[in-house]
Design a binder for this molecule. Structure first.
Ligand code: ATP
Ligand code: AMO
Length: 430
């Protein structure tokens, strides 16, 4: 029977199993050869005592090169000295594809490699259990998001990534040629998810790519990232913050339970953050920064230095709320009685921004005014603005960066570790 290495147990002892995988290591002790076979779930030791296995099989195993792909059939034995407690004595050992040598990257990690080298040969890097664990957890995280949002009544949608306008401030767009027209890669599903509120879907979510032409090279920016976006009608900013914090807590819970093995490969124990998360007003945040020696003029975004000071005063997860209207995009709803402040928020983990969102302006005239105040022309927002004239409900939403969330949950030092094939200032291949 075909099994993953992790599925071999007491019930298999004395029985024949079939395994597929890669040669992780060969230890040759002359008359006794140990082959460590690796598959996506773990490792198993294939033990070949010269006197007990077929001669051809013994010779094949002895000279098989690391990272070759093999099929091994054999009898399972309980063996306390074997890693995992079981070994397989092979009755068949087929090399399905012999790997070349030397390897461009050491999968067994006896020779450490720089991130750039690892990313250049990512398919090999991804064979490492610790790296694979990150992406198995990412899978679980995204499943958890879908489950939770569906339970909350959100409908999954897909919006275009080739678009004609900016949403997040005009700069940072990748232009592309679209026949005879000017087009861009979308920075955010913002305009479309809002239009879908005008379409009466009430609650939508999208998990999709966002493209940002960030010139700078940092450990927390990608040029192509995955954003988890929601938009909900008849909810204000408080309502969608509540959805967001419960989602984050649920993801931590689900990952803790479903990814115990992968977390242990990474040597991580997750603490599920407690909801509700603390709400810190922007005004209080700049005050804390000021006391810590970092002055932020009112109205400006918080610098990384300021956020590092603020994070020291807060729990792991917290919101910064009530931002100056001028510091946020045009669609954020200003407070009626204090229009210089808007109903917007950022979700933070330490000093890293995980998400941002707001209650939106749903009133046509105010929206046009804000677009103009932000130095943009309402004409270029034609399809978007029309939806606000014929029955747009009040609504709110947020965007949560999937790589940011994964990076901060697992304590990864560089966001490039949280995406299989990162796009950054210098990397377009692989
Ligand atoms: P031992 O007497 O402890 O079995 P040894 O020193 O006589 O080992 P070998 O039998 O050639 O030497 O084994 C070589 C190495 O493999 C030793 O380090 C031994 O501990 C280890 N070893 C032996 N049998 C197993 C097994 N079934 N699984 C894992 N390791 C093993
Ligand atoms: P914002 O621009 O803050 O908001 O983006 C939302 C979230 O997306 C992630 N993110 C990134 N992750 C990696 N690399 C990048 N270059 C990058 N840029 C953004 C972050 C960020 O918090 N339309 C609004 C959301 C909304 O209001 O609904 C928006 O795009 O985690």
């Amino acid at each position: 029977m075909r099994k993953y290495t992790s599925e071999i147990g007491e019930e298999d002892v004395g029985k024949e199993v079939t395994l597929y995988g890669w040669i992780h290591e060969v230890r040759d002790h002359g008359g006794l050869v140990f082959v460590i076979l690796r598959d996506r779930e773990g490792f198993i030791q294939i033990t070949l005592p010269k006197k007990k296995v077929d001669r051809e099989i013994f010779n094949r195993a002895k000279k098989v090169r690391r990272e070759s792909v093999v099929m091994v059939k054999g009898i399972v034995k309980a063996e306390p000295k074997a890693p995992g407690g079981y070994e397989v004595i092979p009755t068949a050992f087929d090399v399905l594809n012999e790997a070349d040598a030397p390897l461009p990257l050491d999968v067994a990690e006896k020779v450490p490699a720089e991130l750039d080298t690892r990313l250049d040969h990512r398919y090999l890097d991804l064979r490492k259990p610790k790296i694979q664990a990150i992406f198995r957890i990412r899978h679980c995280m995204l499943q958890s998001v879908r489950r939770f949002l569906c339970e909350e009544g959100f409908i999954e949608v897909n919006t275009p990534k080739i678009v004609s306008t900016a949403t997040e401030g005009g700069t940072e767009l990748f232009p592309i040629s679209y026949f005879e027209k000017e087009a861009f890669l979308n920075q955010s599903p913002q305009l479309y998810k809002q239009v879908l509120m005008g379409a009466g879907l009430e609650k939508v979510f999208e998990i999709g790519p966002i493209f940002r032409a960030e010139e700078h090279n940092t450990v927390r920016h990608l040029n192509e990232a995955i954003s988890i976006d929601i938009e909900a009608s008849f909810m204000d900013h408080e309502g969608v913050m509540d959805v967001l914090e419960r989602l984050v807590a649920r993801i931590y819970e689900d990952v803790s339970v479903e990814c115990e093995k992968f977390l242990s490969w990474l040597d991580i124990k997750l603490d599920v953050p407690e909801v509700p998360f603390e709400r810190l007003k922007y005004d209080e945040a700049i005050e804390i920064a000021h006391e810590g020696g970092e002055d932020i003029p009112w109205g400006e975004d918080l610098s990384t230095a300021a956020l590092k000071i603020i994070a020291e005063h807060m729990d792991s997860h917290y919101f910064i709320v009530d931002w100056p209207t001028e510091s946020k995009p045009f669609y954020a709803m200003p407070y009626d009685d204090k229009p210089e402040v808007c109903k917007s928020f950022d979700l933070m983990h330490g000093w890293l921004e995980l998400a941002s969102g707001a209650q939106r302006i749903h009133l046509y005239d105010l929206l046009v005014k804000r677009i103009e105040e932000c130095g943009m022309s309402p004409e270029s927002f034609g399809f978007y603005l029309e939806a606000f004239r014929y029955g747009m409900p009040p609504h709110a939403g947020w965007g949560l960066g999937a790589e940011r969330l994964l990076m901060s949950m697992l304590g990864l030092k560089n966001i490039r570790e949280a995406i299989m094939f990162p796009r950054d200032r210098h990397r377009l291949v692989p």
